[in-house]
Design a protein around this ligand. Structure first.
Ligand SMILES: NC(=O)c1ccc[n+]([C@@H]2O[C@H](COP(=O)([O-])OP(=O)(O)OC[C@H]3O[C@@H](n4cnc5c(N)ncnc54)[C@H](OP(=O)(O)O)[C@@H]3O)[C@@H](O)[C@H]2O)c1
Length: 257
């Protein structure tokens, strides 16, 4: 009989997701971690050093089939999910019209589609089990328009709004939602977004992913509903985004991720 709690972390093979997985493994969670590439297996092997069971799942979450594989892995445990972390996501940098439509749609399929599919498939089990904790890794970009990253921010705005809505729908079920909004964070994220030759190519000025993950994890455990992840300058940007007009924010270069 296993009495450790179980968590699913999408995108747990790298960056903020891997840092969250490290924190949870140290706190004796068994984990299902997902990633797009085969390095998810190496990440699982590292995490198992903490004495927990870690199941790696390699799948493309921008597809229905890829989501189905992850859902099947959760069901295969025969155990309820105590924590659901939806973290896998991508951005694309560049002029909207210069980027192939298919790439924009893939971003939406991953950042929005997998969020909706995984919640629809996995939240019923958490409700049935009397509750659980959900962490959405959204972005500070959810709170401002960003020219040249013009599809990414709205995809994260969806995630944030969706989470706030679900929290109310599921009030009384024991399922809680924490929405983490990191500012620019030093992972592979911007390089993957094709922004390596912009100021985002330099990771030295960005937030530490371990710090951002710790902020999100502590907020999740404390039942905080929504927070900005990052240093004081990032927190200040989050406060400013609440008061400035969208038109003004769109004109201001910003340091979001
Ligand atoms: N870094 C930032 O500045 C920043 C700021 C705000 C918000 N965020 C958000 O934080 C989350 C994590 O970002 P990160 O910075 O940690 O990025 P990252 O280092 O690039 O890691 C992304 C993770 O998502 C996985 N992934 C990518 N595409 C996938 C796909 N199609 N299907 C399944 N998994 C996929 C990756 O797997 P592989 O490694 O195997 O490819 C990896 O585990 C994202 O949702 C991002 O929007 C990041």
């Amino acid at each position: 009989m296993i009495n450790r709690p179980l968590a699913l972390i999408t995108g747990g093979s790298a960056g903020i997701g891997l840092e969250l997985a490290r924190l949870m493994a140290r706190d004796h969670y068994d984990l299902i971690i997902t990633g797009a590439s085969d390095r998810v297996h190496a990440a699982a092997a590292e995490l198992e050093q903490e004495g927990v069971v870690v199941t790696p799942v390699q799948s493309d979450l921008s597809t229905k089939e890829g989501v189905d594989v992850v859902v099947a892995a959760v069901k295969h445990t025969g155990r309820p999910l105590d924590v659901l972390v939806l973290n896998a996501g991508i951005a694309i940098g560049g002029a909207f019209l210069d980027i192939e439509l298919q790439r924009h749609l893939q971003l939406l399929d991953l950042n929005i589609g997998s969020t909706v599919r995984l919640c629809h498939a996995l939240l019923p089990g958490m409700v049935e089990n009397g509750g659980g904790k959900v962490l959405f890794v959204s972005s500070l970009s959810a709170t401002t328009p960003i020219p040249y990253e013009s599809v990414y921010g709205p995809s994260k705005a969806f995630m944030t709004s969706f989470g706030h809505g679900l929290r109310e729908e599921l009030r009384g079920t024991g399922v809680q939602f924490t929405l983490l909004h990191p500012g620019a964070t030093a992972t592979e994220f911007h390089a993957r977004a094709g922004m390596g030759n912009t100021s985002f190519g330099d990771n030295s000025w960005k937030n530490d992913p371990a710090q951002v993950a710790l902020q999100g994890y502590e907020a999740l455990q404390a039942g905080v509903t929504s927070l900005v992840g990052g240093d004081e300058a990032t927190q200040a940007a989050g406060r400013e985004h609440k008061i400035l007009a969208e038109e003004e924010k769109a004109k201001t270069p910003c340091a979001n991720g």
